[in-house]
Ligand binder design. Structure first.
Ligand code: HAM
Length: 421
């Protein structure tokens, strides 16, 4: 016997028993996309590495450490890895926006996507190398109303998924106007305390000082004394953020200001946010996050166009619903179509087809086993009803058996669905 092969580390198989919980969460994402008037967009699972380097930043973890590189076939022009599996969808969506000249469409554009992302990170609970995100992007809307709308939408998603106690942590990290001075203040402040920084933070201080605030190992006192971006916003960024807060307050959206929320991708400007279960912030990773990226379209060769969006982690949302014991919806009852006549395959399929047309969930047994064995299998598979196909079909009838009550009766095929429903 040959050695079995296992799935790559950091990936998971979605097994049939997980399907209902996933399907429910994905269905909520699709449904909310429609209710909030987003339009679907799909971009490739791999893009040029340059797109991510430029969009997310050379020094972001996603690019520096976690990129899954993809190469072409041996001997091809693309043999050297110049593509990467997408670590996130925003760069690809904005690339598509620019490439297809979508700025001329009536806007703002509201786009959504649901699908797998790839990051070569160290796997741990809730952190996978392949994971799925529900992503929405609004391109061409300077806000602040849309910022509040997206934070409210994130809350609504978790609410409809059945999660209790979700909080949005919110911050503003300014823009090209005010960020350089703020950045310098951080360099000066942390530079004076370099001996208290982790090796990672010392490096970040040089390439992207805001990310020092993101360091989980940052000394608490040092963090508390650090200059805050909200105290260093220019007038326009301040007015924008006040606008967002005013709307969140008026709508009674649950949020908290987090001065250390800078996010790990370089494209962010102004509003940033992340969703967590309240009180679980230390132990648990974000359920979702997003923010504004007003400079990204221009950075990718397009017209200057404001943008904002979020990515909500499907894996972590499903895990959280399981942890909180959220009930799964009842499945529609299963009906098994079986027959006493081993040769009667076509009638079984015909009857199953008719029942499916009537909206029932049906498995047809194609075996030549005795009726009793077929009934046993049906029960094991979870069927509540069996439709027995026999000579009655000549009269347009079948036998409907209640597998719980062990009762059965003959009735017209057309009445099965109404009898069960
Ligand atoms: P992100 O914060 O990098 O943002 O990822 C968003 C969410 O994806 C996280 O909050 C988390 O739920 C999930 N996630 C990220 N990495 C993993 C992982 N290794 N395993 C499991 N789940 C993970 C973005 O990706 C931005 N593109 C969001 C955005 C859209 N900003 C503007 N538009």
């Amino acid at each position: 016997m040959s050695r079995p092969i296992s799935a790559p580390r950091g990936t998971r198989d979605l097994l049939p028993e997980d399907g209902a919980a996933w399907g429910r969460v994905e269905a909520i994402a699709r449904d909310l996309s429609a209710r909030y008037a987003f339009e679907r967009i799909e971009t490739p699972l791999f893009e040029r590495t340059e797109l991510f380097a430029r969009g997310l930043g050379e020094s972001s973890d996603a690019v520096e450490k976690e990129m899954f590189r993809v190469s072409g076939a041996a001997g091809s022009e693309e043999e050297r890895a110049e593509w990467a599996l997408r670590p996130e969808p925003t760069a690809g969506i904005v690339r598509a926006f620019v490439e297809h000249g979508m700025h001329v469409r009536p806007g703002p554009l509201r786009l959504w996507m649901l699908g797998p992302m790839f990051r070569y990170d160290r796997p741990q609970a809730g952190r996978f190398r392949q994971f799925s995100q529900w992503d929405v992007e609004v391109i061409g809307d300077p806000g602040p109303m849309v910022d509040a709308e997206l934070i409210e939408l994130g809350h609504r998603f978790y609410g409809e998924a059945g999660l209790a106690d979700v909080v949005a942590y919110v911050n503003s990290i300014g823009d090209g106007n005010c960020r350089p001075a703020y950045r310098q203040k951080l360099v000066d402040y942390f530079g004076a305390h370099e001996d208290r920084l982790s090796a990672d933070s010392r490096r970040r201080l040089r390439v992207n000082p805001l990310r020092v605030l993101d360091d989980k190992d940052l000394d608490a006192d040092l963090a508390a004394g650090a200059p805050r971006s909200l105290d260093n916003l220019c007038d326009a960024c301040r007015a924008h953020f006040d606008g967002v807060r005013g709307l969140l307050d008026a709508l009674k959206v649950r949020y908290e200001i987090d001065h250390r929320l800078v996010r790990g991708l370089d494209y962010y400007t102004r509003t940033t946010f992340e969703f967590f279960i309240a009180g679980r912030r230390g132990q648990q990773q974000a359920l979702g996050g997003g923010g504004r990226y007003d400079g990204l379209a221009e950075l990718l060769g397009g017209q200057p166009t404001p943008g904002i969006g979020f990515g909500l982690g499907i894996d972590r949302t499903v895990l959280a619903t399981a942890e909180q014991g959220v009930a799964q919806p009842a499945e529609t009852p299963l009906v098994a179509v079986i027959s006493t006549d081993p040769g009667a395959l076509e009638p079984r399929l015909r009857v199953a087809g008719a029942l499916r047309s009537a909206g029932l969930r049906v498995r047809a047994d194609g075996s030549a086993r005795r009726l009793g064995r077929q009934l046993e299998s049906a029960v094991k598979l979870g069927a509540l009803w069996a439709v027995i196909v026999g000579e009655e079909l000549g009269r347009g009838n079948v036998i409907l058996r209640d597998l719980d009550a062990h009762e059965q009766r003959e009735l017209p095929l057309g009445e099965v669905a109404t009898t069960i429903g």
